[in-house]
Design a protein around this ligand. Structure first.
Ligand SMILES: *[C@@H]1O[C@H](CO)[C@@H](O)[C@H](O)[C@H]1NC(C)=O
Ligand SMILES: *[C@@H]1O[C@H](CO)[C@@H](O)[C@H](O)[C@H]1NC(C)=O
Ligand SMILES: *[C@@H]1O[C@H](CO)[C@@H](O)[C@H](O)[C@H]1NC(C)=O
Length: 350
């Protein structure tokens, strides 16, 4: 190699240090989404890992354009709402982070295990699949914790270790546990991008009561909300006191769709997301919680037909005066409409 080329190469490596070393660059971040592990035999578990590596583009043209458009739409003047908007939109305008990889450490029985995860896809998402023995001492409140290897910053992740039997709650997010008002476009944008998130009254108590009444209760959020909102959503639910859940959101790239379309919840898509969970835990019983604003009733009715043994209850938050016909085909004892969490409290018993 000619001498003059060396600084150039160093420069290139510095720009893309991850490709060769797995190092997370200073301007990049990693977010791990909570996943659900399944037991394979007496000792071993399948541990799925799902992460996202991205470079928030603080001053990108894309991002500025998004903020400007939404800011104009709401005629935002005060700096506080503008700063919420900026924070919520940050993950929607990120660099292309394909072909990167991340290494994680898991502390297990006092030992540090290191795993190199597969390279990321075009949208920066990456998936790993570990098989390992799990002992009770490795867990905190039923979760296995890990973190990305990085010398300075802390990028934590967790896997829910869910036993083969018990009760699982699968819940939608928007208009089911969080007030979004998807059916009103303007309210939807405000509730999603500029207002503080608000919980549906009483839903936290429903979740907590489920956890105390049902054996090995596990929680999964399955929603058409994009993964870009995961951090905001999960810190909101934690601050509100909801039990921890796994997240199954939508992978989207902001390109040619409006943000409203991105949140759409197509029938087949949601069925597929939930079926994957039902297949992973064939011996578990499920309670499905959703709302009548979009297709939850139809999706849950269809799932109940396909998996009558597994699905015990369907609770639908009625946000648009839906009538009972939307639940046709499901045994009357299995479903009910509700408007706030307190309507459900007496349904929850062993
Ligand atoms: C459980 O599965 C793991 C991974 O497939 C295997 O290495 C282990 O020997 C199995 N243990 C038993 C008791 O079958
Ligand atoms: C992202 O980067 C990869 C690898 O550098 C490239 O193949 C791909 O075309 C890029 N995609 C976009 C949308 O820029
Ligand atoms: C992980 O392993 C499970 C079971 O072995 C398999 O069904 C699943 O498709 C794998 N997932 C990935 C992302 O490789």
């Amino acid at each position: 190699m000619m001498l003059w080329a060396a600084p150039l190469m160093l420069f290139a490596l510095n720009k893309a240090p991850n490709f060769l070393t797995g190092k997370i660059a200073n301007d990049e971040r990693v977010v791990f989404f909570p996943t659900a592990a399944t037991q394979i035999n007496e000792t071993h578990w399948n541990i799925p890992i799902h992460g996202w590596i991205f470079e928030p583009e603080i001053d990108s043209v894309k991002r500025k354009a998004l903020i400007k458009a939404l800011g104009k739409m709401f005629q935002l003047k005060d700096t506080e709402t503008k700063s919420i908007l900026r924070q919520r939109l940050m993950p929607f305008a990120v660099d292309n982070q394909s072909l990167q990889y991340v290494r994680i450490t898991i502390v297990k029985s006092g030992q540090q295990l290191i795993h190199r995860l597969p390279r990321s896809a075009k949208d920066g998402h990456f998936f790993g699949n570990l098989t390992m023995p799990i002992e009770v001492e490795d867990l905190q409140d039923g979760k296995l914790h890990y973190k990305a290897i990085d010398s300075e910053r802390y990028f934590p992740g967790r896997v829910h270790i869910i036993p083969p039997t018990g009760v699982s709650i699968i819940s939608d997010i928007d208009d089911t546990v969080k007030i979004t008002n998807y059916l009103n476009k303007k309210e939807f944008y405000k509730n999603t991008f500029i207002r503080d998130f608000k919980a549906v009254p009483g839903m936290k108590d429903v979740f907590l009561k489920c956890r105390s009444q049902y054996d090995n209760c596990a929680f999964h959020f399955v929603s058409a909300s994009p993964y870009q909102l995961f951090e905001e959503l999960s810190s909101f639910f934690e601050a509100e006191g909801f039990p921890l859940a796994t997240y199954h959101l939508k992978r989207i790239r902001v390109k040619d769709k409006t943000l409203l379309q991105l949140f759409a919840d197509p029938f087949e898509y949601k069925i597929g997301q939930i079926e994957r969970i039902l297949h992973k835990y064939p011996q578990r019983k499920f309670i499905l919680i959703g709302d009548s604003g979009e297709k939850d009733p139809e999706v849950y009715v269809e799932l109940c037909k396909r998996y009558p043994e597994q699905i015990e209850k369907i609770w639908i938050r009625n946000v648009n005066d839906a009538d009972a016909s939307r639940m046709d085909g499901v045994d009357e004892a299995k479903w009910r409409y509700f408007s706030t969490g307190s309507d459900l409290m007496k349904e929850i018993k062993r």
